[in-house]
Design a protein around this ligand. Structure first.
Ligand code: UDX
Ligand code: UDX
Ligand code: ADP
Length: 465
């Protein structure tokens, strides 16, 4: 199959599959790339004539989609046809944490992956390379292989692990200039050939020395480990932020001072209200579950502490709001600026904002929310997912507005949950005038300028100072 790849497909048109395939299509004009999904609404949005209406907000993505779509990039719900035609099939479906049965709350739910494998086995009439793109627990490839071999019709399958390291909000630049591409495959001759086929695709735009090949299990474990290390840095700095608040040290100064040690490095040391996103918590829980399943209890406990600290950081933030507002927020308007788990994305999976809002609603606060990219519908479905109260009760406690000034008017306090650039540029004096006094700001991202806000009259609290 080497260098003859003309047709690939990707199952799952989400935050990973959509951007990744768009960039592959743009960089490999001779390969037909088809992205399929069961979700008709999502596919229709990817096909919207107005490329700014695509379902995922990522800077730079709509331009790439409009350039390649209809030429060699296609979005479709016809999963069977796409599988049949493709030489390489990427699996990029969601693998959420299981919310039932064995491993509930920890293990990854592989039911969508299994469904894909069964569908590929049913359709395939010629040899295929199947690529795991979704983050998967170690040894998932083995399960996929077993399904394909036992239900297939004599067709040869090679399974590769090719984890995605893009971060949301910077997906396009991460895909165009990755730190590395990781491809894991079997050590057999066929396995090595399959690896080379995938290397040839990435080599169209990624320098060859950045393309790393390993065995399948190393590749799968590296993905979990990379996310666990990144999250660990955030929990480490967040743990110290609480100590700073007690001692008079300043977390921003501490982070700068330690980050200048080249062995530590400056990135991922930004103290915050807590990390969110679809990957960090899920992948660490997965790592913990895997360690436990091998009886490695100390290893499991070590990594679990990263999650415990993150939960504590979110809780600490909501507690601080309640305490500062004279121990009651009942019926008070608290404004949230930001709902997404980070800036430049419309994704709110596992966003700290959800948990902080849930705590404050328990305290009977009225939450007013403004996020430049997240809809009220999404906000309510995020809260509903926690099952803390009925949908109707959540709706009563949550208001959303389409501009920040109305969202802030009359509020007792503003909480910054996402570091959107535009928040910095607001007319803060105007906001101050429209609020209850004292006017509090709880900056969960250390985003705003403390001395300027204090000059206006705000009582300003940030993390770790
Ligand atoms: C350390 C700090 O590096 C230094 O900045 C501080 O001023 C004093 O403490 P030191 O203890 O002299 O310095 O040596 P270091 O190189 O940090 O190694 C400490 C231990 O960690 C050694 O036993 C070393 O073998 C071990 N180590 C280090 C590892 O096991 N793996 C590594 O990747 C690095
Ligand atoms: C992460 C990994 O970075 C990426 O490589 C992997 O492919 C998927 O998971 P993502 O979750 O999209 O990407 O975003 P990331 O930038 O890692 O941020 C995750 C969370 O950590 C966000 O809530 C962010 O606000 C928070 N964060 C990040 C901090 O609180 N402090 C930091 O210093 C960095
Ligand atoms: P990620 O962040 O991993 O990309 P998403 O939830 O954004 O996760 O995207 C995964 C997509 O996979 C969803 O749009 C979902 O509809 C799709 N999907 C899940 N199972 C299948 C399947 N068997 N066939 C096709 N699409 C699927």
């Amino acid at each position: 199959m080497n260098s003859k790849t003309t047709n690939i497909c990707c199952i799952g048109a989400g935050y990973v599959g959509g951007p990744t395939m768009s960039v592959i299509a743009q960089k490999c004009p001779n390969i037909k790339v088809t992205v399929v999904d069961l979700n008709e609404e999502r596919i229709a949005a990817w096909n919207d004539d107005d490329a700014t209406k695509i379902p995922i907000y990522e800077p730079g993505l709509s331009a790439i989609v409009s350039e390649a779509r209809g030429k060699n990039l296609f979005f479709s719900t016809d999963v069977e046809k796409a599988i049949d035609e493709a030489q390489i099939i990427f699996i990029s479906v969601n693998t959420p944490t299981k919310n039932y049965g064995k491993g509930k709350g920890m293990a990854a739910d592989l039911k969508y992956i299994e469904l894909c494998a069964r569908q590929i086995a049913k359709i395939a009439k010629d040899n295929k390379i199947v690529v795991e793109k979704s983050t998967l627990p170690v040894r998932t490839a083995e399960a996929i292989k077993s399904i394909l071999e036992n239900t297939g019709n004599g067709v040869q399958f090679e399974i590769l692990s090719n984890p995605e390291f893009l971060a949301e909000g910077t997906a396009v630049s991460d895909l165009l200039n990755p730190d590395r591409i990781l491809i894991g495959g079997e050590t057999t001759k066929e396995g090595q050939l399959a690896i080379q086929t995938l290397v040839d695709i990435y080599a169209n735009w990624v320098p060859i020395d950045k393309i790393l090949t390993t065995n399948v299990w190393s590749s799968e474990l590296s993905k979990l480990t990379a996310n666990a290390f990144l999250a660990q840095r955030i929990s480490s700095i967040n743990a110290l932020s609480e100590l700073c608040e007690k001692t008079g040290a300043n977390i921003n100064e501490v982070a700068k001072a330690i980050g200048m040690d080249s062995r530590i490095g400056p990135k991922f040391l930004k103290s915050s209200v807590g990390f969110g996103g679809s990957c960090f918590q899920k992948d660490i829980l997965n790592l913990v579950y895997i360690a436990k399943s091998y009886g490695l209890n100390e290893v499991a406990d070590y990594w679990e502490q990263v999650i415990i600290m993150n939960d504590h950081q979110k809780k600490r933030f909501s507690n601080k709001i309640v305490q500062t507002l004279y121990n009651t927020v009942a019926s008070k308007k608290i404004t949230f600026l930001g709902w997404a788990f980070k800036k430049d994305t419309n994704d709110s999976r596992e966003s700290a904002a959800i948990y902080v809002a849930d705590d404050l609603i328990n305290e009977q606060a009225q939450i007013a929310i403004y996020d430049p990219k997240v809809s009220r519908k999404k906000i309510l479905s995020d809260l509903d997912y926690l099952e803390s109260r009925t949908y109707k009760e959540n709706s009563k406690n949550v208001a959303s507005f389409d501009n920040p000034y109305d969202t802030c008017a009359g509020a007792h306090a503003i909480a910054i949950l996402t570091e959107w650039d535009e928040f910095v540029t607001y007319d803060w004096a105007r906001i101050y005038d429209s609020m209850q006094k004292p006017a509090f700001i709880f900056d969960g991202r250390n985003l705003l300028n403390k001395s300027e806000l204090e000059k206006i009259g705000f009582v300003y609290h940030e993390i770790g100072t």
